[in-house]
Design a protein around this ligand. Structure first.
Ligand SMILES: NC(=O)c1ccc[n+]([C@@H]2O[C@H](COP(=O)([O-])OP(=O)(O)OC[C@H]3O[C@@H](n4cnc5c(N)ncnc54)[C@H](OP(=O)(O)O)[C@@H]3O)[C@@H](O)[C@H]2O)c1
Length: 334
């Protein structure tokens, strides 16, 4: 596996999002034993940049990772997140209060079975709490040795600057893929809903990918496969009610049908390389900069292997131009 660098450490150029093992997609297919085996196999393949969050399955995902990494902990960069919590109605709300962060890190460390988290993200900025207060509390965790580096998720360039003035931003994780290019300063993925409202929805984030390159931070595209859509395996809006895509505007039947035009382009490029659409979607992200580390999510071993192999897929200038020109998506992200 080709490597990229996070905070001076080599990591596999393709990381792993662990969320689908506990949350969000195709709940009937979850299998803890298979997930533990998958995470261990990922490390053997060189997929060593691992992503979770305290809210994925309300702790379940961190516990899974903790189990899977027994004996392997030092071989991976382990990233988790804080700053969200479930509301009474089951939806996720933001909580950036320093006392929440201080309690959350203890829970994450316990579940992950480790004494230090390599990368600790603020999952969302809480508009009710000054960012410098939340970030300052996170910086104290670095000073206390509980956390090595800090990251932000779904922020604007202005918010990154504000945090960076207090403590270095080592990573920014935002949704980015062939159908969501907002962090490149290309608006289009209209953010809304409980997790996308506010400044981001109003003006877009700005060129966050460029900001990371200029400030020595990695950029981590989340949902790099467009929540599975860009792989070409989703052709109708037939989702379980508990699958978050059943509530996503982009996955409603009519929008989905129109969005298949995007997949057609990805498939065409893939055929030229004897690759899969998923691999092309990942390789396009890797081509956006040496500091970009995508984290495709999966709970299936065959997808893990397929996605890891995308690190070796070199797209040509012609491929990139064709992919850059895919039609804009129909429907918002949330
Ligand atoms: N910071 C944030 O707010 C935030 C938000 C969302 C996600 N994330 C992180 O980013 C990670 C990745 O994003 P994501 O999981 O939302 O979406 P994604 O990686 O775009 O897509 C995941 C979906 O694609 C399917 N899939 C994976 N590889 C495939 C392949 N080769 N062929 C066909 N289907 C494939 C998976 O199926 P199976 O489930 O069946 O394997 C899963 O349903 C998450 O796991 C999480 O760690 C962060």
């Amino acid at each position: 596996m080709r490597t990229r660098t996070f905070a001076g450490r080599p990591v596999g150029a393709v990381g792993l999002g662990c969320m689908p093992m506990s949350w969000a997609y195709t709940p009937a297919e979850r299998d803890d034993e298979a997930s533990v085996a998958l995470i261990r196999e990922a490390v053997e393949l060189g997929v060593t940049f691992l992503d979770t969050a305290d809210v994925y399955g309300l702790g379940h995902n961190e516990t899974l990772l903790g189990r899977a990494l027994s004996g392997l902990r030092d071989r991976v960069v382990l990233a988790t997140k804080a700053g969200l919590r479930p509301e009474a109605d089951g939806r996720l709300g933001r909580d950036g209060r320093p006392e929440h962060i201080r309690a959350a890190v203890e829970e994450s460390l316990r579940r992950l079975g480790t004494d230090v988290i390599d990368l600790y993200y603020l999952h969302r900025v809480d508009p009710a709490v000054p960012l410098v207060d939340t970030w300052g509390a996170m910086a104290e965790l670095v000073a206390e040795g509980k956390v090595r580096r800090l990251g932000l998720s779904e922020v604007t360039v202005a918010q990154a600057e504000e945090a960076h003035a207090v403590h270095p931003v080592a990573a920014i994780q935002s949704e980015m893929s062939l159908w969501t290019r907002d962090p490149m300063g290309v608006p289009g993925g209209t953010a809304g809903g409980s997790l996308g409202a506010g400044e981001l929805a109003a003006h877009g984030p700005g060129d966050v990918v460029g900001w990371c390159a200029a400030h020595g931070a990695v950029f981590v595209p989340f949902s790099p496969l467009g929540r599975g859509f860009l792989t070409g395996t989703i052709t109708s809006a037939d989702f379980d009610d508990a699958d978050v895509r059943s509530r996503s505007p982009r996955f409603r039947e009519e929008a989905l049908r129109q969005n298949l035009r995007i997949v057609e382009v990805v498939r065409r490029v893939a055929e030229r390389h004897g690759a899969t659409p998923a691999q092309v979607a990942i390789a396009w992200l890797l081509a956006q900069g040496e500091h970009v580390i995508p984290i495709p999510g999966t709970k299936k071993l065959r997808y893990l292997r397929e996605n890891a192999a995308a690190a070796d897929l070199e797209l040509t200038e012609e491929d990139l131009a064709e992919l850059d020109a895919v039609p804009p998506p129909v429907g918002g992200r949330y």
